[in-house]
Ligand binder design. Structure first.
Ligand code: GMT
Length: 384
């Protein structure tokens, strides 16, 4: 198949999923065309059967707000026509499904049928979609899509409850490449850990875009309590609006020497397996992709019981779940786990096993391929 993929190319879960999906589809023999305002950050630009098409946005002085969605629709239609795309797969409803809709309508005039699939990731529904001004157009984008997927049961149910869409929503969970995200050989792990911690110190890690929904201040508060009980370091991967507040808090708590702010990292699969625990105290996660990536690396997560997280993490088996903001309990659980090696090892093993048995790319990519086929056969039916 020849598949066009559009996503937010910068740091964020939906862009990561879209990029990894493109990489896996290309490896499975499909031709993939990314269409976005910049190259997705996890794409190296040298992958076989993957092309990137930048969307140029005109900055004509009359445009106080450059019309990205129109420029995207134009580029989608051009790429689809020039490279004979079979379908478009857009990640994040707004504005991508609307641009795809426009591209589809433009191509219809040339008798080129271009179905599009929208994958809902979370904040497109829970935050953006529920802002009243965006609700009708988000619902329109969902209903006009030829197929819609959501990354968890929670998100599907939430979308149905809030938007009452006419289009059915299929759940295809997020995935991880278990051959890339995997535990390290002990010698390599020891050498890697030495970059951040002394022997005998535990390593906790947090990875996000440092937006308020991630509650990065809670990460610092949890770690501060853990560091009082045992020798430990915290790796903070990523960047975003709440980073400086987190840095300030680390100083105020007097733990600045134990917290390493690493900024945005392109090879997180090399850092995650160095850690003992991931902290994900988010206000909301429709899935929690980073926890899955950590699980595949044999790293359990201390997380909040929100959104789709309980579908991924089984409390007490593959990680621990707590109410939002309960930093005392989360810190206590982290200390307990890090002090009990047999319990810790059982949980770390269960985390890796769950990632392998339920969320490996090899299991999830065929679901997308089957869904594409289903949509294509429907799209071929006159009047569909
Ligand atoms: O919240 C983010 O970090 C970014 C956001 C996105 O769309 O880029 O993440 C959402 O999609 C991820 C990939 O499917 C999910 O793992 C995240 O749980 C989801 N975030 C929220 O629901 C808040």
């Amino acid at each position: 198949m020849k598949i066009g993929i559009t996503c937010y190319p910068t740091y964020g879960g939906s862009g990561v999923v879209a990029t990894e999906l493109g990489i896996e589809l290309a490896a499975a023999g499909h031709q993939v065309h990314f269409i976005a305002y910049s190259q997705p950050f996890r794409l190296r630009g040298r992958e076989q059967d993957i092309a990137f098409h930048e969307v140029p946005v005109s900055n004509y002085p009359l445009f106080e707000y450059p019309p990205y969605d129109l420029a995207l629709a134009t580029r989608m239609a051009e790429v689809a026509a020039y490279y004979e795309l079979d379908l478009l797969h857009v990640h994040y409803a707004i504005p991508h499904s609307i641009s795809a809709y426009l591209a589809r309508q433009m191509l219809l005039r040339q008798n080129h049928r271009l179905p599009f699939i929208t994958t809902l990731h979370g904040t497109d529904i829970t935050l953006v979609g529920l802002d009243h001004s965006y609700l009708p157009i988000t619902r329109f984008g969902i209903d006009e899509s030829d197929g819609v997927t959501a990354i968890s049961n929670y998100l599907r149910d939430m979308t149905i409850q809030e938007f009452h869409p006419e289009r059915p929503i299929h759940v295809i969970p997020n995935f991880v490449n278990c051959d890339v995200y995997l535990p390290l050989d002990e010698a390599v792990r020891t050498a890697g850990r030495a970059r951040y911690a002394e022997p005998g110190e535990k390593i906790l890690v947090h990875l996000s875009n440092f937006r308020p929904v991630k509650r990065t201040a809670d990460v610092i508060r949890i770690f501060s309590r853990v560091a009082r009980e045992l020798p430990a370091r915290l790796l903070m991967i990523g960047d975003g609006p709440d980073r400086s507040a987190a840095e300030w808090l680390a100083h105020r708590e007097g733990i600045q020497d134990r917290v390493h702010f690493l900024g945005k990292q392109s090879s997180v699969s090399e850092i995650l397996p160095l850690a003992d625990l991931l902290l994900m105290p988010s206000e909301l996660e429709s899935f929690g992709l980073v926890a899955l990536e950590a699980m595949a690396c044999r790293v359990p997560t201390i997380a909040t019981r929100v959104g789709g997280v309980p579908e991924l993490i089984e409390d007490g088996v593959t990680g621990r779940l707590f109410p939002v903001g309960d930093v005392e309990e989360m810190a206590g659980a982290a200390v307990e786990l890090l002090s009990d090696s047999s319990r810790y090892l059982a949980m770390a093993d269960a985390a890796r096993r769950t990632a392998q048995s339920r969320y490996c790319a090899s299991k999830i990519i065929p679901l997308y391929e089957a869904f594409y086929q289903e949509i294509l056969s429907g799209a071929a039916t006159p009047g569909a």
